[in-house]
Design a protein around this ligand. Structure first.
Ligand code: ATP
Ligand code: NCN
Length: 219
């Protein structure tokens, strides 16, 4: 079965993440694992610690079929470079089975800034989820990314099951407006935020006073 790794800070996980993960699972008939980064290379300091971000992910997926968690990046120090993670997972448990990474269009458009980015295609497929405002259009990619992805575009998700790595798939999906920074911003501003995250995650945020949430805030 195709496995799709969905990496992120998940600080916190929100309904946009879940919609993207479910859509990828259903469209590609795949197992999707949400993969919290210990130290995402291009982000400033995170707000919740690794244990808390993992706990929120567990509450969010709540045993849902086809969704899981890959926590291997939390076990190593230093920046969570995806290329290193893919090499480790290929060697440790995935072998030569079909494997993909799932990224939002904003992340995909900056793929050239990732460590050894061209090697990513030797290790996994890349699934790109549309994200509002990202201006994602495969015909207007930055030059190097356009060259590296030429001839790799899959026409349909089932192509990803037939090869171990190397294809790029654009996933059609309704655009989701949520972002973790908007959740944190609203909490800090005392504005409504609970509808942006699963109810169990909202409860965890309040109980643990994450992001400046106040105990006793109505859920
Ligand atoms: N609403 C969304 N629609 C599509 N992709 C998303 C959405 N939110 C996050 N992603 C993608 O999920 C991955 C992990 O995102 P991350 O955990 O950094 O969340 P975020 O909401 O972008 O966080 P922040 O607002 O703190 O930057 C990235 O590839 C990102 O592009
Ligand atoms: O490998 C890299 O150089 C690299 C650079 C930026 C982001 N990533 C990964 O992309 C995923 C989303 O990152 P972010 O910053 O949107 O939370 C997460 O799994 C990061 O580890 C990876």
């Amino acid at each position: 079965m195709l496995e799709i790794l969905y990496g992120g800070s998940f600080d916190p996980v929100h309904l946009g993440h879940l919609a993207v993960a479910r859509n990828a699972r259903d469209a590609a008939a795949a197992q999707v694992r949400l993969m919290p980064a210990a130290d995402p290379p291009h982000k400033g300091p995170l707000h919740a610690d690794a244990r808390q971000r993992l706990a929120m992910l567990e509450l969010a997926i709540d045993g849902e079929p086809g969704l899981g968690i890959e926590a291997c990046e939390l076990e190593r120090d230093g920046p969570s470079y995806t290329v290193d993670t893919l090499r480790l997972l290929r060697a440790a448990r995935v072998g030569d089975r079909p494997l993909a990474i799932l990224v939002g269009a904003d992340s995909f458009l900056s793929l050239q800034t990732w460590k050894e980015w061209r090697s990513l295609f030797d290790l996994a497929h890349v699934v790109v989820a549309e994200r509002g405002g990202s201006g994602f259009d495969p015909s207007t990619l930055p030059d190097a990314l356009a060259k590296a992805t030429a001839g790799r575009w899959a026409q349909a998700p089932d192509e990803l099951h037939r090869l171990a790595n190397g294809l790029v798939l654009r996933l059609d999906q309704p655009l989701r407006p949520e972002s973790a920074s908007e959740v944190r911003r609203r909490i800090a501003a005392g504005a409504d935020w609970q509808a942006l995250v699963p109810p169990a995650v909202a409860g965890y945020i309040v109980e643990n006073r994450l992001y400046g949430a106040v105990i006793g805030a109505s859920l």
